[in-house]
Design a protein around this ligand. Structure first.
Ligand SMILES: NC(=O)C1=CN([C@@H]2O[C@H](COP(=O)(O)OP(=O)(O)OC[C@H]3O[C@@H](n4cnc5c(N)ncnc54)[C@H](OP(=O)(O)O)[C@@H]3O)[C@@H](O)[C@H]2O)C=CC1
Ligand SMILES: CC(=O)N[C@@H](CCC(=O)OP(=O)(O)O)C(=O)O
Length: 344
């Protein structure tokens, strides 16, 4: 049994880790942290977990105590893992960070977008970007995983098959995405209030979202060439889900893009390339670790539009984190992640 600790257990990705791991036959949550709810029973805060974690209480342990587990998940705001990961790794325990702390290999770029000094540059050489569809071999031997962001997961998986074939070279790509409000976390924020977020659609961070450098880093690695993207996120009145509409131009009309996508993801357990004519919906991935993708050529022209949908809390965060854990511990990659999406 893998002994698991979760740092940041009171937030949305923390409770989603608990929900997923409750179905995992080879992992057991031993420690769950909170600075604000120390001593409170997990099932008193999250009654959906009654019967699964009845003896588990929030605590505020040291890095040494966290190091008694086999793996520590960080479900915390950026900057927290920077301060704690080195001490945990020194105990021999592996770290899977859901925040952005270790995602960008260019430290100056990270500091520019996150507006603070990088707290653990010495760990960057061992950090592995945890997108299994491109990095599975490196994840197997990793001790420190940077779980991709939610938008970057949906956008990269959508563009990857074309980027890897060099078909996007020279293009300026467009990613127009919508997200549910849980993407902003559980903390109190004006934009997350019922009266602000309901019956409303709004773009935000149009001048530059911190996921942009992560998206461009991933696509540039795939294309082996610097890629540029215009990325515009929108907040829409739903709780979970990300839907990305990805625009390209000038893809050779003789290329069968449907077949290209089907072949690229044929052996991927969590990418579903939909048959021609079927489009992804956020409700078809809600609560599941699946990314559903459709690829279309409007009017059979040279432009290709890709539609990609994930649950931001599952494939966009906690599910992908567990997928990484399964790969790191040489388990079946699908363990704990079998559940289909909720419908309706
Ligand atoms: N929500 C989403 O869809 C996604 C989120 N992420 C990333 O995952 C991380 C967690 O997100 P989310 O769950 O939404 O966030 P929440 O705001 O919902 O929860 C944050 C958690 O972190 C804890 N925390 C905050 N500050 C500290 C600190 N200094 N030390 C220790 N614990 C702290 C809080 O617990 P307490 O205050 O009780 O100590 C709380 O449990 C973030 O980095 C986020 O960007 C990534 C992909 C998708
Ligand atoms: C709707 C909403 O607010 N979404 C968040 C998603 C960010 C996130 O969770 O990503 P990181 O892991 O990179 O911090 C946002 O746009 O900031």
């Amino acid at each position: 049994m893998i002994k698991v600790a979760i740092v940041g257990g009171t937030g949305y990705t923390g409770v989603e880790l608990l929900r997923i791991l409750s179905q995992h036959p080879q992992a057991q949550v031993e420690i769950i942290t909170s600075r604000t709810e120390e001593g409170v029973s997990v099932v008193d805060m999250y009654p959906n977990l009654r019967g699964y974690y009845d003896d588990l209480k929030f605590s505020n342990p040291s890095a040494q105590e966290l190091g008694t587990c086999d793996v520590v998940f960080f479900a915390t705001p950026h900057g927290v893992a920077h301060g704690m990961a080195a001490d945990i790794l020194a105990t021999g325990t592996r770290v899977i960070d859901l925040s952005a702390d270790f995602r960008l290999e260019d430290i100056a770029l990270w500091e520019k977008w996150y507006g603070q000094a990088h707290g653990a540059p010495q760990l960057m050489s061992q950090a592995v970007y945890g997108l299994p569809e491109v990095n599975r071999e490196n994840i197997k031997g990793a001790r420190l995983i940077a779980v991709p962001g939610c938008y970057p997961t949906a956008v990269q998986l959508g563009f990857l098959p074309l980027a890897e074939q060099g078909l996007l070279n020279g293009q300026h790509l467009i990613a127009s995405c919508v997200s549910g409000v849980s993407g902003a976390g559980r903390g109190t924020k004006l934009g997350s209030l019922f009266c602000e977020a309901t019956e409303n659609v709004m773009a935000y961070a149009v001048n530059g979202h911190r996921h942009l450098p992560e998206i461009e880093q991933g696509l540039s690695r795939a294309a082996k060439k610097a890629m540029q993207v215009t990325f515009v996120p929108h907040l829409v009145p739903m709780i979970r889900g990300i839907h990305a509409t990805l625009y390209t131009a000038d893809i050779d009309q003789t290329i069968d893009v449907q077949q290209l996508f089907e072949q690229r993801y044929a052996s991927e357990p969590f990418v579903d390339v939909l048959p021609a004519g079927m489009l992804p919906q956020t409700r078809s991935v809600k609560g599941s670790n699946m990314c559903r993708i459709a690829v279309q050529r409007p009017q059979n022209g040279s432009k290709v539009v890709i539609l990609s949908a994930i649950d931001n809390l599952v494939k966009g965060a906690s599910g992908q984190a567990v997928q990484n854990m399964n790969i790191m511990f040489a388990l079946d990659e699908k363990l704990g992640l079998h559940a289909p999406a909720l419908m309706p």
